[in-house]
Design a binder for this molecule. Structure first.
Ligand code: DGJ
Length: 359
């Protein structure tokens, strides 16, 4: 054991015992070294953040979750809730029970890396519809008044004749969603559904209503359990319906009806959700058939320097639905015009809201 002037390191180096109080303090030199180390670590972390290559969104690529499994969130919806993005969609996985229909849930901070939260719906035919029953295009609305999370989904039979929505409710965003009931919103046939949450927080269901050849926007009731107010009927038969509010204009988008096959998506604009709506125009060169995809949602990401509006679409693969991929691209949008660029890898800066195609 060494004492006095011995400067060899010991386990207690840097500790001083105050004999009066019996308390132990850190020696100033040890303290300074620890501080320097902490500052160096902070600097390294900052450099990593500043110089890290931004994560890339790759349209059409296999998109893996944090478990290394292909993301199953088809016909999906993404919402921002308490600073985190949540993605819900159809799970078309290969090894699922044929009697049940599944919805998966993922969360992300950067829209690139997604954490799997499991099956939030694993439902058996709730209305005795029959073996081919359909639960598609789930969308979740967090209700600040009731504290509940309300999911809407298209509920149908194998021939798509039922044309209803199912409503499911959960106490947690990633909890189990329990089936509540099914109905035809505003007493109209409803097949593909979309969701729209406006900048003021008001929530709308968008749905395709076939007999009237319409794209309908309906406002949800205060508890979100009903579709209460008819906002607009756009007389154009479109599914894969989506709406976004960008710089004072509403943009409505949808695809024609061609089953799983792609077709040219269209959009219209209006200064108000109750219209009047412009004529419909192509979102991309029509011969590309929306680059082989179908719209599911328009997601606005806002940061310190502006907003990016993301086209979220599905590349359906009807012979292997589980392997349907995603086309997410930043839209060129503004002044009543909208254009879906050709698929290309891209990045988004979540802090500024800016996006860029990779070089
Ligand atoms: C097109 C719809 O957009 C999809 O959600 C799905 O219902 C297919 N039709 C089924 O053919």
């Amino acid at each position: 054991m060494s004492h006095g002037n011995d400067s060899s390191p010991s386990q207690n180096e840097g500790l001083i015992c105050d004999s009066d109080s019996g308390r132990t303090h850190l020696r100033p030199d040890w303290h300074h070294n620890a501080l320097r180390l902490a500052l160096a670590l902070v600097l390294i972390l900052q450099m990593k953040v500043l110089f890290a290559a931004p994560a890339v969104i790759r349209p059409g690529a296999v998109w893996l979750d944090d478990k290394g499994v292909e993301i199953q969130a088809h016909g999906g919806g993404v919402i921002l809730w308490h600073g985190t993005y949540w993605w819900f969609g159809e799970n078309r996985g290969k090894s699922l029970s044929p009697d049940k229909r599944y919805v998966t849930c993922y969360s992300s901070q950067d829209l690139v890396h997604w954490k799997y939260h499991g099956q939030v719906v694993a439902l058996t035919d709730p209305d005795h519809i029959g073996p081919q029953w359909v639960l598609e295009r789930p969308k979740v609305f967090p209700n600040g008044r009731t504290g509940k999370f309300v999911m809407y989904a298209h509920l149908d039979d194998g021939d798509y004749r039922l044309a209803k929505v199912a409503v499911l409710v959960s106490d947690r965003i990633d909890g189990q969603y329990h089936y509540v009931r099914s109905f035809r919103p505003l007493n109209k046939e409803s097949r593909d559904i979309g969701q729209f949450i406006d900048d003021d927080g008001s929530a709308y269901l968008v749905f395709e209503s076939r007999p009237t050849e319409s794209f309908i926007i309906g406002k949800l009731s205060d508890d979100y359990l009903n579709v209460e107010t008819l906002m607009s009927i756009l007389h154009c038969q479109l599914e894969g319906d989506a709406v976004v509010h960008y710089k004072g204009l509403y943009y409505a988008m949808g695809s024609h009806l061609s089953g799983w096959d792609p077709n040219p998506d269209l959009y219209a604009t209006s200064p108000s959700l109750s219209g009047p709506w412009s004529e419909f125009k192509d979102v991309a060169p029509p011969e590309t058939k929306t680059y082989g995809s179908q719209s599911a949602m328009l997601l606005k990401v806002t940061g310190s320097k502006g907003s990016t509006v993301i086209f979220m679409g599905d590349f359906w693969n009807p012979s292997a639905l589980w392997d349907s991929r995603y086309l997410w691209m930043p839209l060129e949008i503004g002044d009543g015009k909208l254009r879906l660029p050709a698929p290309h890898d891209w990045t988004i800066d979540m802090a500024t809201g800016e996006s860029a195609l990779t070089k």
